[in-house]
Design a protein around this ligand. Structure first.
Ligand code: GLU
Length: 420
């Protein structure tokens, strides 16, 4: 796993290459690279044993040039300012690439949810919400779920924010429960978006019918994706979670695997497969590898061992810069995180739009709009990358960063007109 500070650095290096390709001048480069606002907060809570604890929390807005900052909140022991900054920057590129009227941000609390009760997590979420309340809002910054946070956490945030401002403001956060103003299709959105990109890339690459897939990470994105891809006729041959991995070259029966994981909490309870070490997942003979866990999972050493022709980054930042370079050298196509994992924020945008308009879209409507957005972003990225002979990641960055730079310039010109 990459050291947490590597992520912001790696994202900025990638951003720089896109800025070079766009040939932007120094000041504009700075405006695109720099963080707009960094908020560090104290998150106090009292444990179930009655002891006072204090956690570090962050909310970072990388860019609001194209609209309110948008991005999740994670609960994880590895959360640092640098990690959140890198993830916030990636969110700006992601929303721009999908052409959503939003910017990019991210938040996190450095804690280990595995050691926290529900009551403690609720208290932490409410405490964190009070601390960041002055810098969030439907026109300013709209949080959402991320690693280890769910619709319950978002409902707590919405409720606590309503307490602070004295009225209900559903559009302050997305990824809420359906009963609390959430959108149809939000829970499966990341997986669905990723599925669209894999299907499209598989067509371009001419992958065989029944192509074999290995999925690293069996959380919200990974588990739903396994289900969708199996339904599409792919053969999911291996999956891992943080505690183990299972492999069956003939394919895993996903409904049973999901049921077993639900009951026992581990994928290794599924019995029609060989139990392998989670580190061996990258070695599995397959056509498609999906890193759907945390960042930094595929470094140079892992990338050397990858046997897949296609890697789809369902998580944020799973390939390190070194891993990415090795994959490129070996001719492996990588669908970058800003594209492959963009389904979640896209449906989050739909949720925000529905809340603001007082509307409720049907699941079918949400699915159709998501497919259209993902397809447009994929095709634009694929075409640009092919035309300029760039890896898909560079193509996606050039598109996204170009749109952010355009918005920054347009706003600066408006300021000029006002004062003239
Ligand atoms: N946490 C998700 C992501 O990294 C979703 C963010 C959102 O919905 O705003 O894209």
């Amino acid at each position: 796993m990459a050291a947490p500070h590597d992520l912001h650095h790696a994202v900025l290096c990638e951003l720089d290459r896109a800025l070079d390709a766009l040939d932007l001048d120094e000041d504009l480069r700075g405006a695109v690279r720099d963080l707009e606002r960094v908020v560090v907060v104290q998150v106090p809570y009292v444990s179930d044993e009655g002891r006072f604890h204090q956690l570090a929390g962050y909310r970072i807005q990388h860019s609001t040039a194209r609209g309110p900052a948008k991005g999740g909140i994670r609960f994880h022991p590895a959360v640092t300012r640098e990690e959140v900054a890198g993830l916030a920057t990636l969110m700006s590129v992601k929303t721009a690439l999908l052409n959503l009227p939003l910017g990019g941000g991210k938040g996190g609390v450095a804690c280990d949810p595995r050691t926290l009760s529900d009551r403690e997590q609720e208290q932490i979420m409410r405490s964190y919400t009070r601390a960041i309340a002055p810098v969030i809002g439907p026109d300013l910054d709209v949080p959402a779920p991320d690693v280890n946070t769910t619709e319950r956490h978002m409902d707590w945030l919405a409720d606590e924010y309503a307490e602070v401002v004295g009225r209900q403001v559903p559009a302050v956060v997305t990824g809420k429960s359906l009963a609390n103003g959430g959108s149809a299709g939000r829970d499966t959105a990341t997986a669905t978006g990723c599925r669209h990109t894999i299907v499209r890339a598989a067509q371009h690459l001419g992958l065989p019918a029944g192509a074999r897939v290995a999925i690293q990470g069996f959380g919200n994105a990974g588990a739903h994706l396994a289900h969708l891809l199996a339904h599409d006729g792919f053969r999911v041959v291996a999956v891992s979670d943080s505690r183990g991995a299972v492999y069956n070259p003939r394919g895993l029966r996903i409904p049973e695997l999901l049921a077993d994981k639900m009951t026992t909490g581990v994928v290794t309870s599924y019995d029609d497969a060989e139990v392998i070490d989670p580190d061996e997942l990258v070695d599995v003979d397959c056509e498609v590898l999906v890193p759907a866990a945390l960042e930094g999972a595929i470094g140079a050493r892992e990338a050397e061992r990858v046997r897949a022709r296609l890697v789809a980054e369902a998580a944020n930042g799973p390939c390190t810069a070194e891993g990415d370079a090795v994959l490129a050298d070996r001719g492996v196509t990588v669908i970058p995180d800003v594209l492959a994992s963009a389904g979640g924020v896209t449906v989050s945008c739909f949720e925000w739009q529905q809340n603001r308009a007082g509307e409720r879209w049907t699941e079918r409507d949400v699915a159709a709009r998501l497919e259209e957005r993902m397809r447009a972003a994929f095709d634009a990225t694929w075409d640009l990358a092919t035309e300029r002979a760039l890896p898909l990641r560079r193509g996606a960055l050039v598109l996204g960063v170009g749109r952010i730079a355009d918005a920054i310039q347009a706003r600066a010109r408006e300021d000029l007109n006002l004062s003239a």
